[in-house]
Design a protein around this ligand. Structure first.
Ligand code: NDP
Length: 320
């Protein structure tokens, strides 16, 4: 059978990571021959990472062990696939230049989805520490465009479980919840498994070639006040809202040492300024829930139910 008629073969960098694992699982469940490129497992590898490798092995994922510096090994891996997705951690964002070099050398890749998965960095301007972070992601976008590699850039907005944990501290017995700014700005909280599925779909979708796709389903648009009220409904508890004004966050972004100045700048951008919702999505733009209206989504309410029944371990993104 001609290759075009078969499911595309997908290689994922960062597949053992917080968001990457959902992409690996979605890729397999959607029928794609899937491999990950991961650092060699050794004594320093976390047990959770080793467990994931075992799980991946059991579902037929091919694991290629190597470093990002091993150009020839990456080129050889790329030659055996059609689509490349990177879910590398933020500190490795610029290392993706090595993946770009390898994609150019391999010459066969039909789509590259780099490690974006946050806000639309080409449309917002944030406080300096977050700007510096976004600038690295913009640099990767520009390098991909300049190389003429077919791409999809993903604006996944907030990872829901991650940010519910940051905002509500569900593990914390305290009756106080911090509200950044006035609590009214709208953000978008998308469940991690849905982000994994959307990403595999857009990476394969001809409509998304050389385009940005935003994940902004209407039911997932929510303010901090709405989120806290929903949590109050679910838990039957009542929380005192403790406000951190904008000026305090700006000051913290100027006084905290790096990398601690990055998360406060992100909170400012998303929850005080409302940057995720600061631009309209027009008819011509690609929005995932419009593209895949048939896909069953996990709502923010359902994410809160997960915290009530089977609370996930808190996670924090790497900034260095
Ligand atoms: P992780 O911190 O979970 O790391 C992903 C993978 O990167 C790891 O599993 C590891 O793979 C690889 N990696 C880590 N360190 C190194 C290293 N030194 N050298 C080479 N590879 C390394 O990433 P996240 O899932 O937190 O982040 C992925 C993307 O999502 C980033 O772009 C981040 O900015 C974004 N993000 C977005 C959020 C949102 O709410 N929108 C929240 C958090 C992150 P292995 O061990 O297999 O080699």
């Amino acid at each position: 059978m001609a290759r075009e008629a078969e499911a595309s073969r997908i290689l994922i960098f960062g597949g053992t990571g917080y968001i990457g694992k959902h992409m690996v699982r979605a890729s397999v469940s959607l029928g794609h021959p899937t491999c990950i490129y991961a650092r060699p497992a050794g004594p320093a590898t976390r047990p959770s990472n080793l467990n994931l490798r075992r799980e991946f092995h059991s579902i037929g994922v091919h694991i290629i062990e190597g470093e990002l510096e091993e150009h020839e090994k990456i080129v050889a891996a790329l030659k055996k696939v059609d689509i490349v997705i990177s879910a590398l951690a933020y500190p490795q964002v610029l290392d993706q230049l090595k993946i770009i070099d390898a994609i150019i050398a391999a010459g066969n890749i039909k789509r590259f989805v780099p490690s974006d998965f946050g806000c639309e960095e080409d449309k917002i301007k944030a406080l300096p520490p977050f700007e510096e972070f976004l600038e690295k992601k913009r640099k990767i976008r520009r390098a991909i465009e300049a190389a003429g590699i077919p791409f999809t850039f993903v604006t996944a907005n907030c990872f829901a479980t991650y940010f519910v944990d940051v905002l509500l501290h569900p593990h914390d017995p305290s009756d106080e919840i911090v509200v950044y700014g006035n609590g009214e700005a709208k953000a978008v909280l998308n469940y991690e498994e849905d982000i994994g599925k959307y990403t595999i779909k857009v990476a394969n979708d001809p409509r998304a070639c050389n385009r940005v796709v935003t994940y902004r389903p209407e039911p997932n648009i929510i303010s901090q006040h709405q989120l806290i009220s929903l949590w109050e409904e679910k838990t039957g508890r009542s929380f005192k809202r403790v406000y951190v004004p904008e000026e305090d966050l700006v000051k913290l972004s100027q006084t905290l040492p790096p990398p601690e100045n990055i998360p406060v700048s992100i909170l400012h951008s998303i929850f005080v300024k409302g940057d995720l919702m600061s631009y309209e999505i027009i008819e011509d733009d690609l929005e995932a829930s419009r593209m895949y209206a048939e896909m069953q989504l996990t709502t923010v309410g359902q994410v809160l139910d997960i915290f009530l029944t089977d609370p996930p371990e808190p996670a924090r993104a790497a900034f260095v």
